[in-house]
Design a binder for this molecule. Structure first.
Ligand SMILES: NC(=O)c1ccc[n+]([C@@H]2O[C@H](COP(=O)([O-])OP(=O)(O)OC[C@H]3O[C@@H](n4cnc5c(N)ncnc54)[C@H](O)[C@@H]3O)[C@@H](O)[C@H]2O)c1
Length: 306
């Protein structure tokens, strides 16, 4: 298949690019390198340094590449950044998504097409009253980032119907693994790992009891492979189905490095959810997918790559 991956120079997108290329697909990456790096893009893939906010550039690329699948991973993905500058987040995550959907839909020479959208199970539900959240749970995001993903999904569903292509929304939990940047405000495993390895003290925002549904990147990639052919016009939670607290994350990483120091606690940050765990039974039933890597194994493999 001809597959165009936005955000393919970033953390998750580059792993998806690797996996699609390894299966023999013709993969092209579109990325403006704002948080990703060129060295993450495998040689086997084509590359455009371009911005999804630029509709003209997106139309040109679609006309040239004529993708059968668009895998849309480019985004501003930090909750904290979205709180600080909501307009910047909406510009990329909403307008950028709209641009891509329009440019993809307008390219009529390809008949059967699919749009795979990287959404967020970690942010789109807000704090569900009764976790685990299934895909049918109310969407009450607490941050501009989570809201931008909710709007993104709506744009995807509308344009798929309007132009006649199909879609798969993948609502990831907290994805972690090699190549995740430790320098942002998101990606706690990469951030803690990087600090603890240097003997520096990490900071937990809150008392350590906030929980997240962590999913190792290889498992997220497996969902992207399944989504090439299965699950048309559906939305899936992609998580482990287990909640892990900030304190447990710190302890797992400290144990890995034999770190005896303490962790620092600071005030909670606006926009962050308190407890989220995803119900992933639909992905199991329809995509034949389930998370296979335990949290500890994932941490070990992530730390080995640091
Ligand atoms: N990491 C997670 O835990 C997680 C969880 C849920 C959803 N997601 C979603 O998965 C996707 C990938 O996340 P990630 O963790 O790999 O983040 P990342 O920051 O590593 O990757 C995002 C990529 O998009 C590119 N990009 C950003 N703005 C762009 C623009 N305007 N035009 C073109 N390229 C642009 C960046 O350069 C980067 O390479 C995002 O859509 C994110 O919202 C991530």
């Amino acid at each position: 298949m001809r597959i165009l991956i936005t955000g393919g120079a970033g953390f998750i997108g580059s792993h998806v690019t690797d996996a699609y290329a390894a299966k023999g697909h013709k993969v092209t990456v579109v990325d403006n390198l704002s948080s990703g790096t060129r060295k993450n893009v495998p040689r086997a893939a084509g590359f455009y340094r371009a911005d999804i906010r630029d509709i003209g550039a997106m139309r040109k690329i679609m006309a040239k590449e004529r993708p059968e699948v668009v895998s849309h991973h480019a985004a501003i993905m930090e909750v904290v950044k979205s709180v600080r500058d909501p307009l910047a987040t909406f510009d990329v995550n909403v307008r950028g998504t709209l641009n891509l959907l329009m440019a993809f839909g307008e390219e009529v020479r390809v008949k059967r097409k699919r749009y795979i959208f990287a959404s967020s199970g970690g942010a789109i539900y807000g704090d569900p009253p009764r976790p685990p959240a299934s895909e049918a749970a109310l969407l009450r995001p607490l941050s501009p980032y989570g809201h931008s993903k909710k709007l993104g999904e709506e744009l995807v569903e509308f344009h798929a119907r309007y132009f006649g292509f199909d879609y798969v929304n993948l609502r990831y939990g907290n994805v972690f693994g090699p190549r995740q940047s430790p320098h942002g405000a998101a990606g706690v495993i990469a951030i803690f790992g990087d600090l603890v390895k240097q003997g520096k003290r990490p900071t937990i925002f809150g008392d350590g009891s906030k929980t997240r549904d962590y999913i190792f990147v290889d498992d997220a990639v497996a969902a992207n492979l399944a989504a090439l052919r299965k699950g048309g016009d559906m939305t899936f939670n992609i998580g482990s189905g287990k909640g892990t607290s900030d304190q447990e994350v710190f302890e797992a990483i400290a144990a890995r490095y034999g770190y005896k120091g303490k962790v620092r606690y600071a005030a909670r940050r606006k926009g962050e959810v308190t407890h989220i765990v995803l119900d992933t039974r639909r992905a199991r039933r329809i995509l034949g997918w389930k998370s296979r890597t335990s949290f500890r194994e994932g941490v070990r493999r992530t730390m080995d790559a640091l």
